[in-house]
Design a protein around this ligand. Sequence first.
Ligand code: NDP
Ligand code: 2IT
Length: 445
Amino acid sequence: MKASEVMADLRSRFPGETEYLQAVEEVLGSIEEVYNEYPEFEKYNLVERLCLPDRILSFRVSWVDDQGRVRNNMGYRVQHSNAIGPYKGGIRFHASVNQSILKFLAFEQTFKNALTTLAMGGAKGGSDFSPRGKSDMEVMRFCQAFVAELWRQLGPDTDVPAGDIGVGAREVGYMFGMYKKMSREFTGTFTGKGLDFGGSLIRPEATGYGNVYFLEQMLATRGLTLEGKRVAISGSGNVATYTAKKLLELGAKVVTMSDSNGTIYVPDGLTTEQLDYIFELKNLYRGRISEFAEHYPCEYYPNTRPWKLASFDIAMPSATQNELDGSDAEALLAGGCIAVSEGANMPSTPEAVKAFIDACILYAPGKAANAGGVSVSGLEMAQNAQKLSWTAEEVDRQLRRIMSDIHAQCERYGRVDDEYINYVKGANTAGFMKVARAMMAQGIL
Ligand code: NDP
Ligand code: 2IT
C-alpha cells in the first residue's frame, strides 16, 4: 500500500481514534519523498505494518479506596514496535486516557526513540485513573493493582515503562516495587526510579533540560541565543518546571506557567525563588498554579491558556496534546514569536503546525525536542545493566550529545535551503528510516 492509501485504510478501520489518526497523518505526510525512493517498502507493505501497533493489552484495574469502596478503572499498554530495541515508553494516569491517546503516544514514541541513537522500541501505557485528590495509600493500591495485571508483559529486555502525565517518582516507585515482588527479580524494568534503587541522576530534569538544549541548537542556526528572550511555558509539571529551571540558568525570562485550571503571567519573568516555590507547590503539596498568584501577587487567568495573553519570543508547550491551536499559532506569530519547541507530545494541532512551517520559524516537534527524557531513561537502563551509577555530569554530557545528534539528524533530512530547516520532516524521516531499515532486515513479523 502507498502511504496515502494507508491513511484512508486506517481512517475506515479506526474511526473516532482522532489522536492516533492525527499522529499517523503527520508522519505519513513527511515521509512520502523517501518512501518513494525505496520501492521494496511497498512490496513488504512496510508503512501499514509500521502504523499498526504490535499489540494492545487492555485490562480492568480494581482497587479499594480509603472509604472501603471498590473502584474500577481501565488499564492499557500499547506495545507499538520492538524493531530496534525493547518496548519503551511512559505510563500516563489521567481521566482523559483512552486507547486512541495511548496509540498515538506509542506511535510517536517509536520514532522519537529511534532518534535518540539508543536501542529502544516504542510503547505507551496508562489508565483513566487520576491521582489528583487521591491519598498516597490509594495511589499505592492502584499502582499495585495495575502492575499485578501488567507485570507478565514487562521485563528489562521486553518492555520498560516510565513516567508521563500523572506518573512521577511516587507512582514509578510503587509500580517498580510491585513488579519486583511479582517477578522476584530486581532488574531495571522501570525507569525514572528513585536514586536509592537504580534511578539515574538527571532523569527528572532530562525532558525539560533536553528541550532547552535542543532549542539552543535551533537558535544557533540563526545566530541567536536565549539571553533575555521572553518564553511562554504551558504546564507546571515535570517537563514544564525543569524547562523553566534551565531557561533561567541560561538567562531567558519565563513569563507564563499554567495547569488545567489557568495560567499565571509574570511580565518580568519568574525569579529563581519564585520557581523554587512552584517546585514545592507542585511536588510537595500537589497544589494549583493559582496558589502562586496568591503567594506572589501577579496576573492569573482562570481557564485560559498562555498563548494569547501577551507577545512572546518563544513558546514551549509542555502540558498535553492539542493544547495550542491554529488561532493560538496566529496570535504567537503576530506577536513576533521566533521559536516553538515542544515539551509535550503533539501539543500543536495540525493547523498550528502548518502555520509555524508556513511562517518558517524555528519549530521543533515533540518527538525531537522532548526526546531527552526517554534518552536518559535509556541511559538509566544502561547503568542498571552494568549495575553502576554515573555522575550527574556524565549523564548531562551524554544528554547534550544526544540532543545535538537529534538536531543533526533533523538537519540532515529536513534542511530545505540555506535559511530553513523543516524539523517536522527531518525528525519524521530520520526516525522512519531507522525503524524501516530494521523491519526490512528482520522479515515479515
Ligand atoms: P505532569 O503530570 O508532571 O504535568 C502535566 C502538566 O500538564 C500539569 O501542569 C497538568 O495540569 C497539565 N495538564 C495535563 N493535562 C492537561 C490538560 N488536559 N489540559 C491542560 N493542562 C493539562 O506531566 P509531565 O510534565 O511529565 O508531562 C507533560 C507533557 O510532556 C505530556 O505531553 C507528556 O507526554 C510529555 N512528556 C513527558 C516526558 C517525561 O519524561 N515526563 C517525556 C517527554 C514528553 P494539572 O495538574 O491541572 O493536571
Ligand atoms: O513521552 C515520553 O517520551 C515519556 N513520557 C518518557 C518515556 C520514557 O520511557 O522515559
